[in-house]
Design a protein around this ligand. Structure first.
Ligand SMILES: [Zn+2]
Length: 258
């Protein structure tokens, strides 16, 4: 397991966890305002994430969890709780979080993330936008002033998993992406920072979100456009289809969950 920290901007850090065989490659983001800081997601295996963050900033800190999958709300979450860090996650993902982990924290340890909630870091405001689909409680965080969007897995990372158990039907996702596009109208410089940044060879942007919506519509129109694929997850075989369009390079979906 390797933890590496990249600096996107003087006050914005990408914290990456990669395992040796590259099965796992996930990003968290540390965003530091004039008064406080947030860590967006908590990686999977890296228990020393809290210490890594504290080496960068001593500002008051909160943890924002984009969704309840174990590679975004992993082992480090416990330590953040012990340190008294306020942790936010959508209530709709609590059970998902608890199903995936061997030894999860009780739901009471988390504050309930709400659509429209603003996190004011001092000079930086992050607006919470719920974006269901990948999970029922997926959230993205929008910095309007600097045109950054921290998206977790809600719109994928150049590749997109909508085929696994727990994903909502594509029509739910379609409505949620339409809402995101409405809320980011005119933001031509929007930079998307997803949960698995390595999956796209280019910086994701608003065009990527539009391409994802377009492909969602194309699939709903004709579920057969994708290529049939198979994967195994927790010992179970999952059959799914995969398609691409524009900047969306691999959209995995269940043709029976539209
Ligand atoms: Zn996920």
């Amino acid at each position: 397991m390797t933890l590496s920290i990249g600096q996107i901007k003087y006050n914005l850090f990408q914290i990456n966890e990669t395992d040796d065989d590259m099965h796992l490659n996930v990003d968290a983001y540390l965003y530091i305002g004039e008064e406080r800081a947030v860590l967006i997601d908590a990686l999977q295996e890296t228990e020393e994430l809290y210490d890594a963050v504290r080496r960068i900033t001593d500002r008051p800190l909160e943890l924002l969890i984009t969704h309840g999958h174990p590679d975004h709300a992993g082992k480090a979450v416990k330590r953040f709780a012990e340190e008294g860090i306020r942790m936010w996650m959508s209530e709709k993902d609590f059970s998902l979080y608890q199903d995936f982990l061997d030894d999860p924290l009780p739901a009471e340890c988390f504050s309930e993330l709400q659509d429209g909630q603003i996190f004011d870091l001092g000079g930086i405001q992050l607006e919470t936008i719920m974006l269901e689909g990948h999970t029922p409680g997926s959230a993205v965080f929008l910095d309007r002033k600097h045109q950054y969007l921290f998206a977790g897995d809600a719109i994928g990372s150049g590749h997109f998993w909508m085929q696994i158990p727990g994903c909502l039907p594509l029509h739910n996702l379609k409505t949620a992406i339409e809402n995101l596009l409405e809320k980011t109208e005119g933001m031509d410089q929007l930079a998307v920072y997803p949960g698995h940044r390595w999956q796209s060879p280019v910086q994701l942007n608003r065009q990527y979100i539009k391409d994802t919506l377009k492909l969602t519509e194309m699939i709903m129109d004709d579920p057969k456009i994708g290529k049939e694929q198979e994967m195994s997850m927790n010992g179970k075989k999952i059959r799914f289809c995969e398609s691409s369009y524009g900047m969306m390079l691999g959209y995995c979906y269940n043709p029976e969950n539209l």
